[in-house]
Design a protein. Structure first.
Length: 642
């Protein structure tokens, strides 16, 4: 799968396409008597749009010349929405023009050609309306950026906001695509402020005359006003759309309704404007090569592997061991120790890393350790949320530019700051990858070796249970990655997967905690008690299993998707790794038999054993609810008697 299309590449590609379209339509316009009038209108719109795009391209190549206060009037999400619609629109136009016979300037339009125009007149009328809307929005963007008057620029901003609102209200497919924007806009979009918080070069500000006062980067950070980010109308428009409201209903699991509803991908860049952007070429659109019919006009960057996955912790070893290793590596970096010391009694090394990395400054310290040539800019002790947000974006840019990390593997603001296990798992995955060459020496190495030795001496039954849970987590995360790829151009699938991932990662951590303890100190009641508390999340995934498989089979049968081979492969993989109720129940039965055979020495062990077996019994009964077969009914009855 290629990289997503960048803003700069989309503008360049659209110019190329308009040139081709104008060349194709010109002979038909000359033969106005033989073709519907809509041909001339489409020609006119495309030609004038071409001029506007050329003007915008000129500005993007020298974005430093744009007044900051004018660029700040345009939301990044607004530009992404407009250009995404434009790229898809011109793909449709290209497809329709390709279905017509090219006309030589000297010849008359043959009868078949005239009939084709008549048949397609209504299609071109619809496209014409969209072409006019796209041209209007792009014109407003250009006028705001080139405006000499702040008042005029604000008037154009109001018109632009209204245009975007109308666009979102009238185009469900576009809204759905924008809702799946996390990988294309957040993880794959690298933002750097005009006055960069931590500049990747030591060059001074590009245009000091555009600012009322010449502040140093550190000074500008210390004031909330300099980094204040307002919420654009775009988010309100999208959040009020039917697609948004339906998505919120579908992705909120009822067992988590008491907690804060999980926000969606489009809000990750809430409030960022073009004033926060230094290079337009690194903003990505949620458009890939397979999404359009005229991809040859665009530069999508280097091809990525079809099934590129997040370089994660080595899942063949415990996640907690990997977290301990990352922690010890980070502690070799000067200035890092105090951040770990500020959390004196962490639950485990996963949560210790989570707490430290959410401070964000350790990411900056890590970046400076990995690349000592970075400019060292002092930062205030107490960072505002807005500064933290921008530092995360800067760190993503650093990883992409300096460490050659693929854009699909970069972390997002949502991952680090929104407080869920799956997001932090992604963060730890990236940190694991970029700290691979850091070396642990001295006594800390003994701590790591001791932890690994403790895991190795555990009974095979326990290691099997934890390994199967680790595989469960691996499968759910892979499903999430496939889901993100498929939902760019298919209906939503696998609802509630992110919540399921959070629950399963948390369960894995509790189980792995026991791997690091002697058998006499292990507490399994907490693990299975946790699973029982959130069993409705897992049960819901099994309840949807039949529906998901039926949907996949139907999609495979119809085959109405681009890049059929890749999509078929992904859908087939989904069928292979969807969580299975029977597999979970079998694992529970196996561990129950193991517990029955264990010697009980202390009252504490007796209590834990009894509570664990009780929880497993209730788990099996709940998972078998409404689907209890004759073969397993007897086993369930035995569980009820224990």
């Amino acid at each position: 799968m290629s990289d997503p299309l960048s803003v700069a590449a989309s503008i360049a590609g659209l110019i190329s396409i308009t040139v081709e379209a104008v060349k194709f339509l010109s002979p038909y316009v000359s033969a106005a008597k033989e073709t519907p009038q809509v041909a001339a209108h489409v020609y006119s719109e495309v030609q004038s749009t071409q001029v506007i795009l050329m003007g915008l391209q000129s500005l993007t190549k020298n974005f430093g010349s744009v007044k900051f206060q004018h660029a700040a009037l345009i939301g990044v999400n607004q530009v992404v929405a407009i250009l995404t619609d434009g790229v898809l629109l011109y793909s449709e136009l290209h497809k329709e023009l390709q279905s017509l016979r090219a006309k030589d300037g000297a010849e008359k339009v043959p009868l078949r050609g005239r009939l084709q125009w008549v048949w397609k007149e209504s299609t071109f009328v619809t496209l014409l309306n969209r072409l006019q809307s796209f041209k209007s929005s792009m014109t407003l963007v250009l006028m705001i950026l080139q405006s000499d008057s702040g008042e005029t620029a604000k008037e154009h901003q109001e018109q632009l906001s209204n245009n975007v609102k109308v666009l979102l209200d009238s185009n469900d497919a576009l809204s759905r695509r924008l809702m799946n924007i996390e990988d294309a806009l957040d993880a794959q979009t690298i933002i750097s402020r005009r006055m960069s918080i931590l500049s990747l070069s030591a060059s001074p500000s590009q245009n000091a005359s555009q600012q009322s006062t010449a502040e140093s980067p550190a000074t500008s950070i210390s004031t909330d006003t300099s980094l204040a980010i307002s919420k654009f109308d775009f988010e309100d428009d999208l959040e009020s759309s039917r697609v948004y409201r339906r998505a919120v209903r579908e992705t909120m699991d009822f067992s988590f309704r008491s907690s804060i509803a999980r926000s969606h991908n489009w809000s990750v860049f809430s409030g960022l404007s073009l004033g926060d952007i230094s290079i337009m070429s690194v903003i990505a659109l949620p458009v890939y090569q397979d999404d359009i019919t005229n991809a040859e006009h665009y530069d999508f960057g280097e091809e990525a592997a079809l099934n590129g996955r997040t370089p994660g912790p080595v899942m063949d070893q415990p996640l907690l061991i990997e977290c301990l290793e990352i922690k010890l590596k980070l502690l070799t970096i000067p200035g890092m120790q105090r951040y770990f010391d500020e959390i004196p009694h962490p639950l485990d090394d996963f949560f210790h890393l989570w707490s430290v990395l959410q401070e964000v400054m350790p990411l900056v310290i890590l970046a400076q350790a990995l690349d000592p040539t970075l400019l060292d800019v002092g930062l205030p002790e107490d960072l505002t949320d807005n500064v933290r947000k921008e530092l995360v974006l800067w760190f993503a840019q650093f990883c992409h530019d300096r460490l050659d990390i693929e854009t699909s593997n970069l972390i997002t603001v949502q991952d680090l700051m929104w407080g869920n296990e799956y997001g932090i798992f992604r963060v730890i995955s990236l940190i694991s990858s970029i700290t691979e060459n850091l070396v642990i020496t001295g006594l800390p190495m003994n701590d790591l070796s001791s932890a690994k030795a403790q895991v190795d001496v555990q009974p095979p039954e326990i290691r099997k249970l934890v390994n199967e849970q680790r595989q469960f987590v691996r499968d759910v995360i892979e499903l999430l990655e496939i889901k993100d790829q498929l939902e760019m151009y298919m209906n939503p699938i696998f609802q509630g997967l992110r919540v399921l991932a959070d629950v399963q990662i948390a369960l894995l951590l509790i189980m792995e905690g026991n791997l690091l303890r002697p058998s006499a100190d292990q507490e399994w009641a907490s693990a299975f008690g946790y699973l029982f508390r959130y069993i409705e999340v897992e049960a819901a995934s099994y309840a949807n299993d039949k529906l998901n498989r039926t949907s996949i089979q139907l999609w495979l049968k119809k085959g109405h998707f681009r890049d059929k081979d890749k999509t078929r492969s992904l859908l087939g993989r989904c069928c292979d790794i969807l969580p299975m109720r029977a597999k979970r129940i079998f694992a529970l039965f196996e561990f129950l038999e193991y517990l029955k055979a264990q010697p009980i020495v202390t009252e504490k062990q007796k209590s834990d054993n009894s509570m664990t077996r009780s929880s497993i019994s209730r788990l099996v009964i709940r998972l078998q609810d409404n689907v209890i077969s004759k073969d397993t009914q007897a086993a369930v009855q035995k569980l009820q008697q224990r």
